[in-house]
Design a protein around this ligand. Structure first.
Ligand code: TMP
Length: 242
């Protein structure tokens, strides 16, 4: 990004720049990958571009189904223009299949199909290591009213319905994903952040036996093979379908 725009915020995987229009921002996707609250770090050339292109396509699908999102348009392959939001400091995780931290923190076996989607909410705070949080604590901290929390949960369930069937069409199983929301300039709650293999678990359904083939950031988290190959495959399947 040239110096014309001011860097407003730099996160682990993205940079946010100002836009001439003060209601908009420019989001640049980085090639950096982190796991376990940045205890593990690496750079994968091309990851930023793949996550940006995948996110843009997914946001378009959601917008077509009337989900309000911050996405406006792609600026180039690793940068998009989005509505400026006041980020709500919560990470909303929805799980269709038990895996990852759910299985480390409970006695539920990895791979268990959940009878109904489970929503786990985490406080977005690196210093506190993003702890699991309760509805009462959210209200106590004045992060959200119970009405707005209900609205976010409702949107998350709707997004799951749309994305689960979309990914099934391209032979991917949506195991779980993480969303972030914010308030736009009119104080409406809209979906922010990204939707990519960095924050979704996606398993290949083109497997003849029961082996799990992760096409997502678990490749990096758990050293399961080439990350760019997996992300490219997801991008290829999305583009073939859409
Ligand atoms: P978990 O099983 O580690 O709690 O992860 C659940 C989902 O949330 C998985 O798809 C990865 C995603 N996730 C993020 O996007 N950011 C995070 O910081 C964490 C911990 C998980």
């Amino acid at each position: 990004m040239n110096n014309e725009f001011e860097l407003i915020y730099e996160g682990k995987a993205k940079k946010v720049f100002s836009h001439d229009d003060e209601d908009k921002v420019i989001i640049e996707f980085k090639d950096d990958a982190t796991a376990f609250n940045a205890l593990k770090k690496a750079k994968f050339e091309g990851k930023g571009k793949l996550n940006c292109l995948i996110s843009a396509k997914i946001f378009e699908i959601l917008i077509n189904k009337n989900i309000p999102t911050h996405f406006i348009k792609l600026l180039n392959e690793n940068t998009l223009i989005a509505k400026k939001i006041r980020v709500i400091p919560l990470e909303i995780v929805l799980r269709n299949i038990a895996y990852g931290s759910l299985c480390k923190q409970t006695t539920i076996k990895p791979g268990t199909i959940l009878a109904k989607p489970l929503i786990d909410i985490y406080l977005k705070n690196d210093e506190l290591n993003d702890p699991l949080i309760t509805q009462d604590r959210i209200e106590l901290m004045n992060i959200l009213s119970s009405r707005d929390l209900d609205l976010i949960i409702d949107l998350t369930l709707k997004i799951n319905g749309i994305l689960k069937s979309f990914f099934e069409n391209i032979k991917l199983q949506l195991v779980d994903f993480k969303l972030e929301f914010g308030y736009d300039s009119k104080n409406n709650i809209i979906l922010g952040d990204e939707i990519s293999p960095d924050n979704c678990r996606l398993w290949d359904l083109n497997q003849k036996n029961d082996t799990i083939v992760s096409l997502d950031k678990d490749r990096f988290r758990n050293d399961l093979g080439d990350l760019i190959e997996a992300y490219s495959e997801i991008n290829r399947r999305i583009n073939e379908f859409v």
